[in-house]
Design a protein around this ligand. Structure first.
Ligand code: TYD
Ligand code: MG
Length: 447
């Protein structure tokens, strides 16, 4: 066998060295050298330029995985020849999700290959039994050599393939250990080429490493078509599958699952789940109609405001952006005359959900005010609205969708931006109050 030449390249400045070094001698960055393969001269591409109008609208075919929540985050099913990365902490349920998806796909389209470098076929069988999955169309392969995997896949030509996990796979062309940046990237690139040439959709499992992004799914994000992150608290039974990148659909979609004794169950109505343990008539709790992707979800925001015992007040947030809280606290102080300088503030989104959209601003501000004044917000009321720096309440997108969801879950009253109220056509049986600034909202919510 001819020896394949490799070298080490600094990922920051491009410096190359024949040996691995801990620190790049050129730019001084630590731990930035990654093994790379010396590329053979590639043949010139064969693609011909074509005009946009001559392309027919034939879109690649999508297949349903049989799991509605997964289909949704994928943008309506898996696309032929696409590469989907499923990332998440170890033990969160990635293998469980994918064996369930494999089962669904095998029923729809036939042979599916499940490659595992982590578990033996017996272990996978045990899990499948627990999930009541049994099919001769699911082919298991315990293999870590990339060349072996691609060979087998080409031989049996499955309709879909899962590689669990990308960190255990290695290519013989690099000498570095499986799981290193060079290996992970090279293997993923080759699997991507396999997917594109054979039109087989490939799912890759990637563990998020504790140390951060090194050799984790991050280095793969630009290679694959779709990146899904599986999130959730080990202490809670629900799990959230979030789209981070999708070349075939919208991002910010979420799928909600519950881990049960018999695998992952889809949660069709997440609003009810997230509100199920809401304490009524206590201060520091407000419900917000939030929009995750195309899907409205009612979530409870909690706050605890208490006098600080130390010199510097603490601000702690779980599920919302830390800087956003600081900004809202400043607005509350300046525009609503609150004194929060000597107060510790803790804000939490119930259920382990993470909310990025600014429509929760009004909810956060209301919750903080409620906790500070020790006055509960009426449990039948929900809010949404973005808060600007001068205290104005700004319109948010898709107001009607949010109202509809709230009405479905049983809310009676809404406090929303005035500019949204002026445009809505249907009030879904809700009593809606439009507010224009923070003072106005607090006067409405705490009469
Ligand atoms: P797993 O899919 O192995 O996680 P990952 O591949 O992300 O590392 O699942 C891990 C956890 O899920 C494990 O602690 C057990 C639990 N689990 C259930 O609660 N119910 C089930 O039916 C299954 C299969 C797993
Ligand atoms: Mg696993």
């Amino acid at each position: 066998m001819t020896k394949i030449k490799t070298f080490y390249q600094c990922q920051t400045c491009g410096y190359t060295s024949p040996k691995w070094l801990g620190k790049c001698p050129d730019c001084g960055t630590w731990n930035s050298l990654v093994e790379e393969r010396k590329e053979a001269v590639r043949s010139l591409g064969k693609s011909e330029p074509i005009s946009l109008s001559s392309i027919t609208g034939e879109y690649k075919q999508r297949t349903s995985t049989g799991i509605k929540e997964l289909d949704r985050v994928l943008g309506g099913g898996v696309v032929a020849g696409s590469v989907v990365l499923v990332g998440g902490d170890p033990g969160i349920g990635k293998s469980t999700l994918l064996i369930q998806a494999v089962s669904g796909l095998s029923k729809k389209c036939g042979k599916v290959l499940y490659v595992s470098g982590e578990e033996s076929p017996e272990q996978i069988k045990l899990r499948a039994d627990r999930l009541s999955i049994n099919s001769s169309e699911i082919i298991l392969l315990s293999e870590t050599s990339l060349e072996g995997i691609v060979n087998t896949a080409s031989k049996i030509s499955p309709k879909a393939m899962v590689v669990d996990s990308i960190q255990t796979v290695y290519t013989q062309e690099l000498v570095s250990a499986p799981g290193s940046v060079g290996q992970v990237r090279d293997c993923a690139t080759k699997l991507m080429l396999f997917a594109k040439s054979s039109e087989v959709p490939v799912f890759l499992v990637g563990h998020v490493t504790k140390e951060g992004a090194i050799a984790g799914p991050r280095v793969l994000e630009h290679i694959v078509d779709t990146v899904l992150y599986f999130e959730g608290d080990r202490g809670h039974s629900y799990r959230i599958l979030r789209t981070v990148k999708n070349r075939f659909g919208s991002t910010n979609e979420i799928g909600v699952f519950e881990m049960s004794d018999s695998g992952l169950a889809e949660v069709e109505n997440p609003s009810e789940l997230f509100l199920s343990e809401r304490p009524l008539n206590v201060s520091g709790s407000t419900v917000v109609a939030s929009l995750e992707g195309t899907r409205p979800i009612m979530v409870e925001i909690q706050a605890l405001v208490s006098p600080t015992n130390f010199g510097i007040p603490r601000r702690t947030t779980i599920g919302v952006d830390f800087n956003r809280i600081n900004l809202l606290v400043a607005v509350l102080e300046k525009r609503a005359g609150f004194y929060l300088g000597g107060m510790d503030i803790f804000v939490n989104v119930v259920g382990g959900l993470r909310i990025i959209e600014p429509a929760v601003d009004l909810g956060i501000a209301t919750t903080i005010a409620s906790s500070l004044r020790e006055v509960p917000v009426d449990p039948r009321i929900f809010v949404f609205g973005e808060i600007g720096l001068s205290g104005e309440i700004r319109a948010v997108t898709q107001a009607e969708q949010r109202l509809k969801e709230a009405s479905k879950v049983g809310f009676k009253q809404a406090v929303i931006p005035l500019s949204n109220l002026e445009k809505i056509k249907n009030n879904f049986g809700l009593e809606i109050t439009g507010v224009k600034d923070i003072e106005d909202s607090l006067a409405t919510l705490f009469p």
